[in-house]
Design a protein around this ligand. Structure first.
Ligand code: CMX
Length: 428
């Protein structure tokens, strides 16, 4: 991995120069002001973080380096990891080098399997993924070397080692969780000739696992990899790592945030929603019947999973990429067709719901992916967030490697009490 390591080093030099230049231009320049509403409203719209792996534009969606989702949807997740860390796409021989590196670093320890197998049968697979990674924390190269004493400027190098070790084990870990939780518990051996996503798809042991599932898995793992720094999971992971807790702790913590229904769990809720519609109205459900179901759902106080976003204000380009895949490979599939019908119906209803309060009535990344996975036999919805997590770990790793390389300090915003806020209002 010397090419990637060197390119990260070059990227860090570039970013450090940029920061120096920015500081020369005015360290005290005000970037964002905070209102009382924002302090009580999840800090929405408050610019208070820097993340150099990716950027989400409200109107054009995710950008990684200079690339949009459309530019990247045919790439391999391994290439995206390189891009997140370096700002560039790799040369063509990188995939082969990365595959070899992953082979050398693969192998989930037996004690991890022992812990996962000892859990109650109804443990959520996201708990298993988070815990699985946490069990391996004592293997952290960063932690071992930090205890010995290393210069701050080298922290990122050991965090990078931890990242490669975790990433190499993820296909086995995730597929093993699937087989323990939903199969007979036997683990399928990885194929050293397969790519990262291809191996994960194969080790699930699904009857439909073939080239198309591997292709979908690649797309899935590319599209979920990163979404700038302020989302619940990435931010949590960064905060934890900023205390110099190892990447294992940081990844596990980020996954715990991803497991929430307003974030990564929406993934599984979307398919559940589609299946409920199918169950109630049948395969040939009409758009009118879907509209009725949406209204009933909203009237019962629930959200429509897969719709809305904290930052995006257009249809998520990641949703568009999944729809493109669906049209090419699954256009006859009933669940995919219901996802298409939902797209025709939901935005218009959400536009006027709660007096137009829904900031984005458009679909997000989760609205179609479950229907596609279901088509290929992945019918355990509880597992979908695990796939989201496997992909998002690439982003957690890249964000933390860069933040360490830039010497970013511990994150510690100031909190205040109601009384303090009320006093400020009195003063004004
Ligand atoms: N269905 C119904 N109501 C919705 C809604 C939806 N899909 N999206 C937003 N709203 C409501 C909110 O609940 C909120 O109502 P209250 O003020 O009464 O609580 C109001 O509209 C305003 O919310 P917002 O500013 O538009 O959205 P937020 O930034 O607060 O929340 C999100 C964003 C994603 C949590 C929200 O749109 C939602 O709950 N969507 C459904 C769940 C989902 O798909 N999550 C996946 C997100 C993708 C990801 O994490 O990557």
């Amino acid at each position: 991995m010397s090419i990637l390591r060197n390119e990260i080093k070059n990227n860090l030099t570039y970013l450090k120069n940029e920061i120096e230049h920015i500081f020369e231009g005015g360290r005290d320049t005000v970037l964002s002001e905070v209102t009382v509403g924002q302090v009580y409203g999840g800090m929405r719209g408050l610019t208070a973080l820097v993340c150099n792996t990716s950027y989400v534009d409200p109107y054009s969606g995710l950008h990684i380096g200079d690339f949009t989702v459309e530019d990247l949807s045919e790439k391999y997740p391994e290439e995206i990891f390189y891009l997140l860390c370096t700002g560039k796409l790799p040369e063509s021989d990188f995939l082969e080098e990365f595959r070899k590196e992953m082979n050398e670093r693969s192998g989930v320890p037996q004690y991890t399997w022992d812990v996962l197998k000892a859990l109650p049968e109804d443990t959520h697979p996201m708990s298993m993924l988070s815990l699985g990674i946490l069990t391996m924390e004592q293997e952290s190269v960063f932690k071992r070397n930090y205890l010995k004493g290393i210069p701050k400027s080298d922290f990122w190098k050991y965090t990078f080692e931890d990242a490669l070790n975790v990433i190499a084990k993820l296909p086995e870990l995730a597929a093993g969780i699937y087989r323990i939780r939903f199969g007979d518990g036997t683990l399928i051996k990885r194929d050293p000739d397969l790519d990262w996503a291809g191996n994960l798809a194969m080790m699930l042991g699904l009857p439909n696992s073939g080239k198309e599932l591997a292709r979908l898995m690649r797309l899935y793992l590319v599209l979920h990899c990163d979404h700038e720094g302020g989302n619940v999971s990435a931010f949590t992971s960064r905060v934890v790592n900023s205390a110099l807790s190892s990447l294992y702790y940081a990844i596990s913590a980020g996954l715990n945030g991803l497991a929430g229904p307003l974030h990564g769990l929406a993934n599984q809720n979307c398919l559940k929603f589609i299946l409920e519609i199918r169950h109630r109205f049948g395969d040939l459900v009409s758009e009118e019947e879907i509209a009725l179901y949406i209204k009933e759902t909203l009237d019962s106080g629930k959200v429509i999973p897969g719709y809305g976003h904290a930052v995006l204000r257009v249809t998520d380009p990641r949703f568009t990429a999944f729809m493109k895949f669906g049209k090419a490979y699954c256009s006859e599939n009933v669940c995919f067709q219901i996802a298409e019908k939902l797209f025709k119906v939901v935005p218009d209803i959400l536009k006027t719901y709660k007096g137009g309060k829904v900031a984005s009535p458009w679909p997000n990344v989760d609205a179609a992916s479950g229907a596609l996975l279901f088509k290929y036999g992945l019918n355990q919805f509880d597992f979908y967030t695990v796939l989201f997590g496997v992909s998002r770990i690439l982003g957690f790793c890249a964000q933390n490697i860069l933040a360490q390389g830039l010497g970013q300090p511990i994150i510690r915003p100031k909190s205040v009490t109601n009384k303090w806020v009320a006093d400020q209002l009195m003063k004004n």
